[in-house]
Design a protein around this ligand. Sequence first.
Ligand code: GLY
Length: 385
Amino acid sequence: MSRTADVLVVGGGLIGLVTAWRAAQRGLGTAVVDPAPGGGAARVAAGMLAAVSELHPGEETLLALNTASAQAYPAFVAELSAVTGADLGYRRCGTLAVALDADDRAQLRELHAVQTAAGLSSEWLSGRECRRLEPMLAPGVRGGLRVDDDHQIDPRRLAAALVTACAAAGVVFHRQRAGRLRTDGERATGVVLADGTALAAGRVVLAAGSLSGRLAGVPQEVLPPVRPVKGQVLRLTVPPAHAPFLSRTVRAVVRGGQVYLVPRENGELVLGATSEELGWDTSVTAGGVYELLRDAHELVPGITELPLVETLAGLRPGSPDNAPLLGPTALDGLLLATGHYRNGVLLAPITGDVLAHALVHGELPPAARPFSPLRFARLPQEQPV
Ligand code: GLY
């Protein structure tokens, strides 16, 4: 077995790819292990960059990382587009979060107060003002928040561009499943692929999304506590006769569930998403599709006229505090880039930079230290809960 790489990244989704790209740019010999690089949750995700509209009280530390990544997006997209020639579908279109009844309205008012206290830009609009911005909204909309800094990108195009950029930067792809982590008892030394091929590496980055907690050979005490959180997503098309349908992302909380509509420039309208704790199930269910269409129809009645072209389900990598796990673990040579939960697309640029810094300098940059996996450190015999 020969040493194949300075850095071996397990997982070729957005997070693994951006990590590999940035590592290779810093002169590290880098390889990615994934049967289908560019697949995974990026195939399903709507691509909202929603640092402001998805803010939750108590998640101010995560907010700092989210807003830093949102601010990094324009330069990141410009660089990746220049390297690959690809249009990534990055639209600085803003978001409108609306309320359909008095309870939703009270909840949105609270969110507005939290956003304002955090110094974020968000404007309260009456129902009439919301409909003036987006005439397809239901007449019953009771008010909303205009968030001009929450944009969108097409995650499929982003993933494809990252595969191209990685290849151009010299990243080697092993198009197989990782079977298990190799260790010498003291440190991570590489990965054994599903076909038994052993790859040696100086460092291993585990970036396998919701599967990150399942790689055999990872000692229990450093196994990331990530869990799958299922999201079902629909794709509709806006025929030219119906355009313009929506000019920006429109979202609401309906009966406690999030529903959002993300209009792309090419006429695609992404409608998401359920949030289900059902283990590894990725089936699209009649109930999931029904609920999404029912809630979206309350928001924008005209959607029932649009062709439904695709239904998909994916798994978000949930973590105990909804924040990612980034950087070195207690096992020498093993780093994590996982647990991004609802923010994987948003956090791609900063994750690449943070992991590259950690690989080059051996430690996290100061702004990323709250996201060290060591915050979940367990004693060797302790079982995950
Ligand atoms: N951030 C959107 C979602 O996870 O559904």
